[in-house]
Design a protein around this ligand. Structure first.
Ligand SMILES: C[S@@+](CC[C@H](N)C(=O)[O-])C[C@H]1O[C@@H](n2cnc3c(N)ncnc32)[C@H](O)[C@@H]1O
Length: 417
């Protein structure tokens, strides 16, 4: 775009006049289907513009936008008159003569025009933009696109993590959110999860998950350790549900911060249902589940081309012979893909025995990844036949994700995660 142009013309002395264009349903013409169009089109599409692309060729991504009906693609070079009725034009062909002719037409027809090859010849510049929950940030710094992007990133990041407050004039509506915090590394929570955390009055947190994020919360935020909620005549989970309901009813914004994803062995739905019974709506924010990310952090892909075409995630918290078990270990033993076991450290000896008894090769490689993605991460390798002994001698402790299958042997010798 204009900001990225490598031009030698004198910088204009007047600053640009910033404005937000409301392009929904309005004709926008894009000339050239290359990288510039690829980068700019998504925002124009999101703005609802009626976009015509004129270009003999396009990158595969731009082509896909045309196939999806998001833009209308006219496959030819620019011709005089193409900008008729356009409110806005993006001129980015590889042919300087076409670009010059198109911007001359834009000048004539009073169409605001951005040029990728000559910022000075353009009548509009594209700012570095970003969005966070209803706030659009647009930064122009004259001819320094990197600086624009850096300033934009700093502001958007600040809005997302709450370090820049953007209070709404409307009174803030209290919320209840079940937030998946990811496997433990504080960087592995979602942007939405982090923002809601920054807006919370009360955070009810599990042991697993990004505990470090709790340190960053301002002092007025009440942080409750879910494991320490007294449950008296209730089950622990009921006591947590009651705490959620009580704080929500008191008009507080409540984040229930959970490890991994709330709906992967996280009892998230029980909490959502308990709130629903009380007529309290809640937002569910997905999280990065340990079932995939913890093996990955230890260099184990849960699938790998030519090695595993499926992975199955199983809870190992009850032993195979236990009548409460809902897992069909005989069927799992027959699968050729990857088996990922959560909450299985205590029962892995029994589980391995059952898998072998149902026909799984005792030499099948296996890895236990303890406290994945944290500073204490540790990977211990074994086979189905040796795992019980290995867990004992190596003193493997929960939380750990156990991966069984040939993918354990994949991965480069050195993998920087
Ligand atoms: C109650 S389940 C919750 C799973 C969570 N909802 C998820 O999606 O990752 C807890 C189990 O997840 C696994 N786990 C969670 N975080 C882990 C981590 N950082 N390292 C290893 N295992 C982890 C362990 O198997 C642990 O026993």
């Amino acid at each position: 775009m204009a900001e990225h142009a490598d031009h030698t013309a004198q910088p204009t002395t007047h600053p640009a006049y910033p404005v937000g264009l409301r392009l929904a349903g309005r004709r926008v013409v894009v000339l050239g289907g290359g990288q510039v169009a690829q980068r700019r089109l998504p925002a124009l599409i999101a703005a609802g513009a009626d976009i015509t692309l004129i270009s003999p060729s396009a990158t595969p991504s731009v082509e896909a936008m045309a196939e999806a009906g998001e833009i209308t693609w006219t496959k030819r070079r620019y011709e005089d008159g193409d900008l008729a009725d356009a409110w806005y034009a993006l001129v980015a062909t590889t042919d300087p003569a076409s670009n010059a002719a198109a911007s001359a037409e834009a000048e004539r027809t009073r169409t605001w025009c951005v040029r990728s090859d000559d910022a000075e010849a353009a009548t509009a510049w594209t700012p570095a933009t970003g969005r966070s929950e209803g706030v659009t940030v647009a930064v122009l710094t004259g001819h320094d696109p990197r600086r624009s992007a850096t300033v934009r990133d700093a502001i958007v990041e600040g809005l997302r993590d709450g370090s820049i407050a953007a209070p709404q004039h409307r009174a803030r509506t209290p919320f209840v959110a079940l937030v998946g915090g990811g496997p433990g590394d504080p960087d592995l929570i979602t942007v939405r999860g982090r923002r809601l955390l920054a807006e919370a009055d009360v955070v009810i947190a599990d042991r697993l998950g990004p505990r470090d994020l709790l340190d960053e919360l301002p002092p007025h935020v009440e942080v409750i350790d879910a494991a320490k909620i007294p449950y008296g005549r209730f089950m622990a989970q009921e006591a947590i549900n009651n705490a959620l309901i009580e704080h929500a009813k008191a008009g507080r914004s409540v984040v229930r911060l959970k490890g991994g994803d709330p709906f992967v062995f996280g009892r998230g739905m029980e909490e959502a249902q308990a709130l629903a019974v009380e007529g309290i709506a809640c937002t569910v924010v997905p999280g990065i589940s340990s079932s995939i990310s913890v093996p990955g952090a230890a260099g184990i892909p849960v699938t790998h081309r030519g090695v595993a075409h499926e992975f199955t995630v199983v809870s190992g918290h009850v032993a195979p012979e236990d009548p409460r078990s809902l897992v069909d270990w005989a069927s799992l033993a027959k699968l050729t893909g990857t088996l990922v076991i959560l909450m299985g450290v205590d029962k892995i000896g029994k589980i391995a025995e059952a898998l072998i008894a149902h026909g799984k090769n005792p030499e099948t490689p296996l890895a236990l990844v303890q406290e994945g993605t944290t500073a204490s991460q540790r990977r211990v390798d074994a086979t189905l036949a040796t795992v019980a002994e290995t867990v004992r001698t190596q003193e493997v402790r929960p939380p750990a994700v156990i991966v069984i299958g040939d993918v354990v042997a994949e991965g480069p010798d050195r993998l920087v995660m």
